[in-house]
Write a protein that binds this ligand. Sequence first.
Ligand code: SF4
Length: 478
Amino acid sequence: MTQTDYVRQQHHEFVAASDVAMADGRLQKILGELGDSLWLRNRQAWEALTDSDQVRERARAIKDATLAELDVHLATLEASVHRLGGSVHWAPTGDDACRIVLDIVRRHAARKVVKSKSMTTEEIHLNHALAEADVETIETDLGEYIIQLAGHRPSHIVGPALHLSADDVAGILTESGGTPVPSDRHQMAAVARERLRSHFAQADVGITGANFAVAETGTIVLVSNEGNARLTTTLPKVHIAIMGIEKVIPRLADLPFFLKVLARAATGQKLSIYTSLITGPRREGELDGPDEFHLVILDNGRSRILSGPLRESLFCIRCGACLNACPVYRSVGGHAYGGVYSGPIGAVLTPLYDGLAANQHLPHASSLCGACQAACPVKIAIPQMLIELRGQLHDTPGGSNRWESFAYRWWYRVVKSPFWYGWATWLATRTVGRWFRKRGWVRKMPGPVANWTQSRDFPAPAPERFRDWWRKEGHRDD
Ligand code: SF4
């Protein structure tokens, strides 16, 4: 199966997948608890940081300014990595990035690779490409390890196994190891740690993502709550880091602003347990570290986004806070979105990376309530971007519903004309408004709008128009 076929197979229809997720009581319980934990911690973290607004604005401004001169900063990063003895590879597409990684892996005749959690490698389906080349890949982040054993996709940007309960995880560990594992979190973590140790020792290559890459120093920054990223980058002889072009930041002095907001937004922590700054391969006299360091810089459509109206999506630091805040994500979970990225930012990124035509429901998978933007550490205007994508759907083959377009065209004409607006409101009050005067709500609507009242009532128009009441009270129209 080619990479493209594999990606296509991953996608499915959002509405149908959402129905399945909403009927799954076990998943609903897990998602319900998400709001009480991660989202609450995010809000408390912003409240506890006295200058949170300034820090978030500063982080946003750094992103904005960096993207304005992205070519310059990427060239500086390349020069810095070379100066340190590392190699830089440019990957225009996900397939190119997989090819580059496979070339390095083959050159070292590597049979086993350990990986730390990286959404960029998920985006390019690197594990699939490595498996096709008969290279064993072991995910070493606990959540990623569990879903790899189960054959699942990540359901959350920072908590890939968030859709699983402790009992589910114990079942997966038991089945894969052949000995019973109790559903106690500490014991499960100990079992996974024990199993992963030998893989670290045997692996020839370690692969990571990069939360940030500092241009002036050539430093790759990895943020995690487990020690696996450190083992992945120090034990194998070769370290490959894969990053999107937007992950570069100009100076080391910019980093504290992002570290301050990332952990708070993701988990409510002041700082993640591990923040690793990796500056090139092992130097003479150093005890640990890889002999070779490779940095793969991925475009995969990002430079096209950079010059378009959805540029702000490149500010994203993959903290997952918008998922935890989103009422849609908290109802349907991550797998319903079909792509690698889920939640509000996934509803923007998946159509951008994998095509709007194949993901037409995603821009509509939002109530546009704004909770995502409020939770976002860099204040990305996700609702506005979803509206932009909804607009672009009109020019996408099969992207707009004929009846919906017809209705909106008429609605637009009516509200623009005082005469027709007056006539329409008069008609609505004299008919529906008077029929449902007593109850005030319409319980069942007919025809193409019947779906609206399937799970909620529709507010009936008032039996009298405001302008009629206004005049009756003796006021003038002007
Ligand atoms: S859009 Fe904002 S809140 Fe959502 S993952 Fe990206 S940085 Fe975090």
